[in-house]
Write a protein that binds this ligand. Sequence first.
Ligand SMILES: CC(C)(COP(=O)(O)OP(=O)(O)OC[C@H]1O[C@@H](n2cnc3c(N)ncnc32)[C@H](O)[C@@H]1OP(=O)(O)O)[C@@H](O)C(=O)NCCC(=O)NCCS
Length: 248
Amino acid sequence: MINGNDLEVTLSPLEEIRFGIKTARAANLTLNNLFQVIEFCQNHAVRLLIARCHAHEIDVVQEMERIGFTLTDTLVYYVRNLKNVPLPQLAPSIEIRPMMISENDQVQNIAAEAFSNYISHYHADARLNRSLCDETYKDWARNACNHRDDTHDVLVALREGRILAFATLQMNDRRQGEGVLFGVSPSSQGSGLYKALMTAGMHWCAEAHAQEMIVSTQIINIAVQKVWSRLGFEPRNYVYTFHKWFEV
Ligand SMILES: CC(C)(COP(=O)(O)OP(=O)(O)OC[C@H]1O[C@@H](n2cnc3c(N)ncnc32)[C@H](O)[C@@H]1OP(=O)(O)O)[C@@H](O)C(=O)NCCC(=O)NCCS
């Protein structure tokens, strides 16, 4: 692992297990550190590099394009100050509460359904197996369900006693909470469950004494950005994801 000047590059064993391909991840790429990252990949016989850079680093973007990196998504990060502006009211008609251990499978099933054929950087890479891409989100939900503590939780939304949606939340540090993974069962989408879960997530972060809450998504996920705007979130930053395949 290399970690310096904000650059982070590391092997990714989880992705290697899932896709059967030696994978590395790099964040905060700039023109100054790009070739350090490529050298890391060559030294570790990496086949797939998942590389992220801030959208304002246009010179490294153009260099990556020149040497065969492929754009696979653009992430948008939004932030909401939880102290300066009052929180919206919780929706009284929708029951929202922390999940129970016995509900782990239900949450995973909603994740599997909601994220089937999603618009992630995995799905945007034709060289990756579709169903393995789908499984990423189910696994992500399972991990969140299995690792709850004071700073990590999973909320569920119910109607008539049935779990229809979930939200995973975490505190990144003492002042910042994050809404990480949200999914609504396809048959219940468009009925306000996401907005209700986001509102509950804001209350969860505020109760953990967060000053702010961040959320992120793919730029083309308009549905969630509409809800964030209505709840008082504002854009914070934009990040490109590139994939680079190395022939070894
Ligand atoms: C995106 C998602 C969370 C929205 O949940 P939801 O409960 O349907 O959202 P809401 O009912 O609160 O509605 C949100 C707004 O987005 C709209 N919307 C919902 N699905 C939409 C879609 N597929 N495309 C465009 N707009 C959509 C709703 O109509 C509503 O806008 P409106 O009030 O102007 O009509 C849900 O569709 C989902 O789970 N999608 C797959 C996984 C995902 O994208 N998770 C979030 C990743 S950060």
